[in-house]
Write a protein that binds this ligand. Structure first.
Ligand code: ADP
Length: 268
């Protein structure tokens, strides 16, 4: 008898539950939105003064020719830390924007080879590493947000340089397969253990503080890469072997980050 009564009453109870649940959900999403807004505001407010501080530091470093080595070093450290923090704030801003669907990507047709050449030039200046480009086709055309894709590739090349030895090559490979443009950023560095490979795209995830500390990131670079690339209708994946696993051979060690983007024709 009781089970029957219970069942009779169930629909309205379920309705009540659903109502409560929906109310909770709307409160939750309200507070998520507030949190995003907060992160976005704070990042923005901090970025502006820090950019000014960084600008002044740079100008002192450029103009003052008679700094003592200690002063020079102190100013350089300050400038570097400011730069690092500005980058963090930019990343937080971008992620907050992406979360709230306001990451307006400016998609336009462009030649991938030119974009990559530009990025590699920039990266070579920053890092003093020779970065090789290998391309199967002279001009691969994609529809993308030019500046964001540059940022994505800079992040990947930056990592490739950071996590490999100075005497090993970093290679960017370009390739087109049917409707897909493929960019691979390859290094012969320390590699990424299999069990970590899916996690490195998470926000603030760094494999190992001991191993990563000296490289000075925040574990946001790859989550930005993923957010942007997926926003552009593409994918990003990683293949990697760790150095310890492949101690005896220089083949196959290191990491390969692969980006695919829908190719297009500029004539369309
Ligand atoms: P970070 O700014 O800390 O480098 P990322 O999001 O760019 O953050 O990368 C997350 C983690 O993935 C890094 O801390 C690093 O341990 C690992 N990683 C990324 N790229 C490479 C690479 N090319 N080789 C080895 N490890 C890498």
């Amino acid at each position: 008898g009781q089970a029957q009564i219970y069942l009779d009453n169930a629909p309205s109870e379920v309705k009540e539950l659903a109502k409560t649940f929906n109310m909770m959900l709307s409160r939750l999403s309200q507070s998520w939105e507030q949190e995003r807004q907060f992160v976005s505001n704070v990042s923005h407010e901090l970025r502006t003064p820090l950019t000014i501080v960084h600008g002044y530091l740079q100008s002192v470093l450029r103009r003052q020719k008679n700094l003592t080595p200690a002063q020079q070093e102190a100013l350089e450290t300050a400038a570097l830390e400011a730069e690092r923090t500005i980058r963090l704030l930019q990343h937080l801003l971008d992620l907050a924007r992406a979360d709230s669907g306001h990451l307006h990507l400016r998609m336009e047709p462009c030649v991938l080879n030119d974009l990559v050449a530009e990025v590699v030039n920039m990266a070579e200046k920053y890092s003093d590493r020779t970065i090789k480009i290998e391309s199967t086709t002279k001009s691969i055309e994609v529809r993308t947000d030019y500046n964001r894709l540059k940022q994505v590739l800079l992040n990947l090349i930056d990592n490739a340089v950071k996590y490999s030895e100075a005497d090993t090559p970093v290679i960017v490979k370009l390739n087109q397969q049917g409707e897909e443009a493929i960019i691979e950023v390859c290094d012969q560095g320390c590699g990424i253990p299999l069990q970590e490979q899916s996690r490195i795209f998470e926000r603030f995830y760094r494999i190992d503080e001991a191993r990563d500390r000296s490289t000075g990131g925040y574990g946001l670079g790859l989550s930005i890469v993923k957010t942007f690339v997926e926003g552009m209708g593409g994918t990003v994946t990683v293949r990697s072997r760790t150095t310890t696993y492949h101690q005896t051979s220089r083949l196959n060690k290191g990491s390969v980050f692969t980006i695919t983007l829908p190719a297009c024709s500029l004539l369309e």
